[in-house]
Design a protein around this ligand. Structure first.
Ligand code: 9G3
Length: 569
């Protein structure tokens, strides 16, 4: 492709609204342009990367036995009524009416559509398992789109759905997708981790997120420093301690704690380690008050709490509700003397608190030398706190550290949630109708491109991994007004393409400095510069990633480039 007539509008300046590197670079390198908030157009340079990523995905999905389909973005609302999800989503689900006033949604995902397709056309167990996938545009009306295409309102997803007759079959399908995802993200040149995740509203059991490590990631991963344990902190289990009670229990004592309502104030003014404080947080669980106790240096994990009360609505109580149910203001809540109408549960680590401090359910009063079992009972000890850096890894190997991650993939074991709701059954060997057992598997394709840019750039611009680069070679006629250079560059352009390299040829009448700056910004893996030594048949080859420069005879250029490509990542 000749750059003089290729739409690749590079920008020198950083766009004002672009906060992160990938957003800045994708705009500056002429890959994307914003059409509206959270809605982007891909220009040719960006579209070529999308295409490369999609091809890797197709290659691995087909190798894993997936069959590519294409479903509509506009979905009849009836299907979402059947699945019971039409009312479950708020403004994030874009709804519209057609000319006959019929209700539709713009698809944020396709469980309903794919299940309705399969229920109509697959009846016998002999036709299962099947794995159907598409690469298609999704719509989710994010309240705050940000970070360019990382969190946009329209984005490209590969979504796959597996249908099995048994749980073992689903496990096999899931494992196959897990392996395909590992191959895909490796081939994209990404540094990623598969982490245990939360299935959230989608339901189902096992689920893993594929996280690209990046400081600007919105998710936090808890990982062990000496095993492959890794989990989203939302659900990372905490390993129970030994709870050795290594002190004699001192007598309980009520003390004055005027205006000391927070753990910090108590810990500072009483010179007490926050791990010795029992923090009591009141929650409303389906309108019932539940007092949750955690150590003062821990935080209640509300996602874990929701799992203690499956299906219930769990919310932190308001100050008014605290006053109503506990008879005292928040900051002095405690388990001793709590009204019997209030259920008390505790994080497992509260068992290790000896002679602790807790609220006395009286303004400006706390109890000291509090000991669970002697001074109060709890209905149950549960793992209900957020994991922390420094905690022992739940697998018993090493210590927990945190890393930020960008979620680029998510795989779920769905079970029969959608096949039952939508009547997708198969006749088993005995002719009995059974609901199909489903899995679903997503990759954010446009988000993966941004994640590659996040992980693969330097101060001069993009640095494309070879399997996703928009072009293989950047051929630059350094001074296109010089006849020797222009002639050799034109000749090499033809020659290299015959040698089956994908070449971007900068034949513009720009100054050398501008060309080199643009070349570093666009980040193609190898640059061939036709300059001063053109008349001698010598060209300058530069590797973008390492910056290494070579002077190469034109007669040896093909061999040299092929050799370089073999070692490039
Ligand atoms: C909605 C809206 C947003 C949503 C969903 C539904 C996320 C929704 C979860 C999934 C699960 C998997 C198949 C591919 C992999 C992910 N955001 N999810 O279901 F109506 Cl507005 O999409 N789907």
């Amino acid at each position: 492709m000749r750059q003089s007539n290729f739409l690749i509008p590079t920008l020198r300046d950083v766009p004002a609204d672009a906060e992160i590197a990938s957003h800045q670079l994708m705009v500056r390198a002429g890959m994307i342009r914003q059409t509206a908030s959270g809605i982007y157009s891909y220009l040719p340079f960006g579209k070529r990367v999308l295409k490369k990523v999609e091809e890797i995905i197709r290659d691995e999905m087909d190798a894993a036995g997936g069959q590519e389909v294409l479903m509509p973005a506009i979905q009849p609302a009836e299907l979402w009524e059947e699945s019971g999800r039409l009312g479950a989503y708020g403004p994030e689900l874009i709804r519209l009416k057609d000319r006959h006033q019929r209700d539709f949604v713009l698809g944020p995902t396709h469980e309903e559509v794919i299940t309705s397709l399969v229920r109509d056309d697959i009846k016998s167990y002999k036709k299962l398992p099947v794995n159907l996938y598409q690469i298609q545009t999704k719509y989710r009306d994010e309240r705050r789109p940000r970070f360019g295409v990382l969190r946009s309102r329209e984005f490209i997803m590969k979504d796959a759905y597996s249908f099995d007759t048994t749980i073992e079959g689903l496990d096999a399908s899931y494992e196959q997708m897990y392996q395909a995802y590992t191959n895909i993200f490796k081939r994209c040149g990404l540094d990623f981790r598969a982490v245990v995740a939360d299935s959230g509203a989608i339901g189902g059991t096992d689920t893993h997120e594929f996280m690209v490590l990046s400081e600007i990631g919105e998710d936090t991963i808890a990982y062990s420093d000496s095993s492959d344990f890794a989990a989203n902190i939302e659900i990372a289990a905490v390993k129970a301690g030994s709870y050795a009670r290594d002190e004699d229990e001192a007598p309980l004592e009520k003390i004055d704690t005027p205006n000391m309502k927070t753990i910090d104030e108590l810990s500072r003014s009483l010179e007490l380690d926050s791990a010795k404080i029992i923090k009591a947080v009141l929650f409303m669980v389906d309108e019932e008050p539940v007092l949750v106790l955690v150590r003062g240096d821990h935080e209640v994990n509300d996602l874990k709490l929701e799992k203690v009360f499956p299906g219930a609505t769990v919310e932190v109580a308001t100050p008014e509700q605290a006053l109503e149910h506990m008879g005292v203001e928040i900051g002095y809540l405690g388990p001793i003397g709590a009204p019997t109408s209030v259920k008390v549960i505790a994080d497992q680590d509260v068992q290790g608190v000896v002679n602790g401090l807790c609220g006395a359910n009286e303004t400006d009063k706390h109890f000291k030398n509090v000991n669970v079992g002697r001074d109060f009972e709890v209905e149950q000890f549960v793992d209900v706190r957020f994991i922390k850096e420094g905690d022992p890894s739940p697998d018993g190997q090493g210590t927990i550290k945190f890393a930020k991650g960008i979620e680029v993939g998510h795989v779920f074991k769905l079970g029969t949630k959608y096949s039952e709701a939508l009547g997708a059954t198969f006749l088993d060997e005995n002719g009995k109708a059974q609901p199909m057992i489903m899995g679903c598997y997503g990759i954010g394709v446009s988000r993966t491109v941004a994640a590659i840019v996040e992980q693969s750039h330097d101060e001069n611009g993009l640095v494309w991994p070879k399997e996703v680069t928009p072009f293989d070679i950047h051929l630059v006629a350094i001074n296109s007004k010089n006849a020797d250079q222009k002639e050799l560059a034109d000749q090499l352009y033809e020659q290299l393409r015959q040698d089956r390299f994908d070449v971007l040829y900068d034949d513009r009448p720009e100054r050398a400095g501008v060309k080199f700056k643009d070349s570093d910004l666009l980040g193609l893996p190898i640059r061939v510069g036709v300059g001063k030594r053109a008349a001698e048949g010598i060209v300058e080859v530069k590797l973008r990633k390492s910056g290494e420069m070579f002077e190469v005879e034109v007669s040896n250029l093909k061999a040299f480039l092929e050799e370089q490509f073999l070692t490039l990542v």
